[in-house]
Design a protein around this ligand. Sequence first.
Ligand code: SF4
Length: 238
Amino acid sequence: MSGMISRLQRHGFQWEDGPLDVLLGRYQNCRAALRWWCNDYKTKNGNPSKFNIDWAPGMKEFMLRNPPKFPVSAACCDRAKKRPSHDFLAAGGFDLNCTGIRKQEGGQRSTTYKSCFDNGHGGIDNYRPLFWWSVQDKELYRKHYGIILSDCYEVWGMKRTGCAGCPMGKGFDEELELAKFFEPKRYRAMLAVFGRSYEYTWRFLEFREKHKIKPKKDEFQFEIWETGDKERISEILA
Ligand code: SF4
């Protein structure tokens, strides 16, 4: 989502509503983001795609009334995660990339993949050895080998972790509270880096509550779309 907002901002978008063809005439070379804004993406079966703004119910109505007054960017995921891992794989002469995704962990990444293996790009295939591990399997393994988890789980009581304080995550509110208590310096850093994103998201959530708009389950999980992985996006749209 931030990728689409960023593109619209770069094209001087006035956060206006209107038919796609009219907006395409008004804002040149901004087709992908305008299609997102106008809910023009469909799956191959003709159903509305999750890569439309309406996948986050109320977002368009909120943005029309409250255009973002700060620059939005998707560069965080792209430059902190996606590009470094692509560059590393490309430079390393690898033919297999192993990652620890489990289907039961939920979220965009796990629902995107159908099996533990697929043929990757550029001769690097993907293998996910833990893909079929259940929560019970994981727990048995942990107990058998006496593995001590991070304090985030053992002390803070978190169920799932990611980048500290990421404003794209559903649970950032709770994470902020925990960080404030356990790691106040990290808390201040989170506010310094992501403060305006938190504030905008809080206002959006308030708006939605006020208008009794119900959220969708996976509406904030847009990482693949943000980073422009075209092959992966086509698989999802299929
Ligand atoms: S998950 Fe969030 S904090 Fe982590 S790189 Fe992506 S946008 Fe940044």
